[in-house]
Design a protein around this ligand. Structure first.
Ligand code: AMP
Length: 281
């Protein structure tokens, strides 16, 4: 496995690659969720490139950029074991050199949910993903449904800007008790970790209510909120039942378009997100 630290090094290695290239962008602190993307990229393509870059522009000033876990040696070991060909680990100054001034800004879909709670977040995400795709030039890039809105934003960016890459969505990988794997789970105390399983329990109940024929979105939102309220250490940021593509909040879930049930909840200082899609064929 080769490690590229600069864009020049990455581009030189890319030029040597023939056949299809699959790309998995990450912020590191890798877990089975990330590795599921790498494994799929490995089966689908002749070569796999992964990146580890804790992107400063997607963090607000009060967020956890400086504390974000960075176990680089361990991450490189995991990627090597999965047969990754090249890992791109640029510094922030490589991606955002002095004078950097061009951003990818998307209307509407970025203003809701995570975008409303984290203003500017998706400007950072879309910009860095566009840059990484331009640098790595993959045929396919792999993203987790765990970050459902991020996936919607990237699919839309690729369509809107006619970028020539296929975005492959991947299912959320969960711990044995259902908690979605996340690098941020490491921040949880044992009490918070125990409480955090309410996210999954809640989404499973929501799916069940949907299966039972409930289509009233306000009713589903209220039901989700009341389940979380039973967990005293949990503080709700948002609970949403929205159109899965536009992310507009729904009154009623229609029969023809899937809905995204998503939530963001604080456990202590740690903010966790999770979601399920309702009515997906
Ligand atoms: P991150 O390092 O958090 O930026 O995540 C990198 C990629 O891994 C993103 O496409 C995430 O959606 C995906 N990912 C993170 N957690 C999971 C998970 N539990 N299951 C599947 N994919 C995940």
């Amino acid at each position: 496995m080769k490690v590229a630290k600069t864009i020049d090094e990455m581009s030189a290695l890319r030029r040597q690659m023939t056949g299809s290239v699959g790309f998995v962008p990450t912020m590191g602190a890798l877990h089975e969720g990330h590795l599921s993307l790498v494994r799929r990229a490995r089966t689908d393509n002749d070569a796999v490139i992964a990146s580890i870059f804790v992107n400063p522009t997607q963090f607000a000033p009060h967020e956890d950029l400086s504390h974000y876990p960075r176990p680089l040696d361990q991450d490189l070991g995991l990627l090597r074991e999965e047969g990754v060909d090249v890992v791109f680990i640029p510094d922030a100054s490589e991606i955002y050199p002095e004078g950097f001034a061009t951003w990818v800004v998307m209307d509407d879909v970025t203003e809701r949910l995570e975008g409303a709670s984290r203003p500017g977040h998706f400007k950072g995400v879309a910009t860095v993903v566009a840059k990484l795709l331009n640098i790595v030039q993959p045929q396919k890039a792999y993203f987790g449904r765990k970050d459902a809105q991020q996936l919607v934003v990237i699919q839309k960016m690729v369509r809107d800007l006619n970028m020539s890459v296929e975005i492959v969505p991947m299912s959320t990988v969960r711990e044995a008790d259902g908690l979605a794997m996340s690098s941020r789970n490491a921040y949880l105390s044992s009490e918070e970790r125990r409480a955090a399983v309410v996210l999954y329990r809640d989404l499973v109940s929501c799916e069940q209510m949907y299966e039972d024929g409930i289509r009233d979105a306000s009713g589903l939102r209220r039901a989700i909120e009341s389940i979380i309220a039973q967990e005293l250490s949990a503080r709700v940021d948002y609970v949403s039942i929205a159109d899965a593509e536009t992310l507009e909040e729904l009154e009623t879930i229609g029969t023809d378009r899937p809905a995204l049930a998503s939530l963001a909840v604080y456990f202590g200082k740690t903010r966790l997100i999770d979601n399920v899609t309702l009515g997906e064929s």
